[in-house]
Design a protein around this ligand. Structure first.
Ligand code: PGA
Length: 260
């Protein structure tokens, strides 16, 4: 059975000391080895190696929060896929809404980054999600599927097995965000899955679709109970390791009941 994914993006938080303590807490817990669960963390670049080294053989995947599309060269201040892999990352988070909106990343750039991640042997975690305006206008699915298609535009059907998608509506993310209802998330997830099934054809595997945006211990059970949701991508509520473990444990329990 495919695992339920639970991960967290630390955004611009945590020093190396914090990161070492976080990794040590995960390592001391039996939860990362629980059948049916796959945990991941997305630390800032500066803490990638600390987390990867601190986790050791603990099966929590480590993801960079961004990479550059080029393999190397004259790109001051940028970090390549090979560099994050060298620090122990096996995944790259790409297209998070804060990068789309704060930094102005375009769908074209995100597509190139997805390509670079796959070329370097990383799992590409593509984040997509509509703005409040797009949802109000009834264009949530259209906007999200467009981001998906452009983000995966250069990915071959047989490479989809190395991709993950996170649906993160912009209006649901961060302080003041309103979590999406499981039913609303399910309808977008179904549309994303349908678009990927078309691309996958007979040879490809449709990637898991995770939900992110104000996930916490209160709402994670209802989200995990929704069959269209293959995982949860948590921000603030998992910036401490105990938070990630609590959400993961609650979600896994619901998931097990559902499949029992
Ligand atoms: P949040 O962040 O849980 O703090 O809303 C989610 C995200 O940005 O992935």
């Amino acid at each position: 059975m495919a695992p339920f994914w639970v991960g967290t993006g630390w955004k611009m938080n945590h020093t190396r000391a914090d990161a070492a303590a976080y990794a040590a807490t995960l390592r001391a817990s039996p939860l990362p080895r629980a059948p049916g669960l796959q945990l991941f963390v997305c630390p800032p670049f500066t803490a990638l190696a600390t987390v990867a080294d601190g986790l050791g053989d603990c099966p929590v995947k480590v993801a960079a929060q961004n990479i550059h599309w080029a393999a190397a060269g004259a790109h001051t201040g940028e970090i390549s896929a090979a560099m994050v892999a060298d620090c122990g990352a096996t995944m790259a988070e790409l297209g998070h809404s804060e990068r789309r909106h704060d930094i102005g990343e375009t769908d074209e750039e995100i597509g190139r980054k997805v390509r670079a991640a796959l070329d370097a042997g990383l799992i590409a975690l593509l984040c997509v999600g509509e703005t409040r305006l797009e949802r109000r206008a009834g264009a949530a699915i259209e906007a999200t599927v467009r981001q998906l298609k452009l983000g995966l535009g250069d990915v071959a059907a047989d490479e989809l097995k190395r991709c993950l998608v996170a649906y993160e509506p912009v209006w649901a993310i961060g302080e003041g965000g309103v979590p999406c209802s499981p039913a609303d998330a399910a309808s977008v997830h179904a549309a994303l899955r349908a678009a990927m099934a078309e691309k996958a054809g007979a040879v490809g595997v449709v990637p898991p679709v995770l939900y992110g945006g104000s996930v916490n211990l209160e709402n994670c059970r209802a989200l995990a109970a929704e069959p269209e949701i293959d995982g949860l991508f948590v921000g603030r509520a998992a910036w401490q390791a105990e938070g990630l473990l609590a959400v993961a444990e609650a979600a896994l329990e619901v998931r097990r009941q559902r499949t029992a």
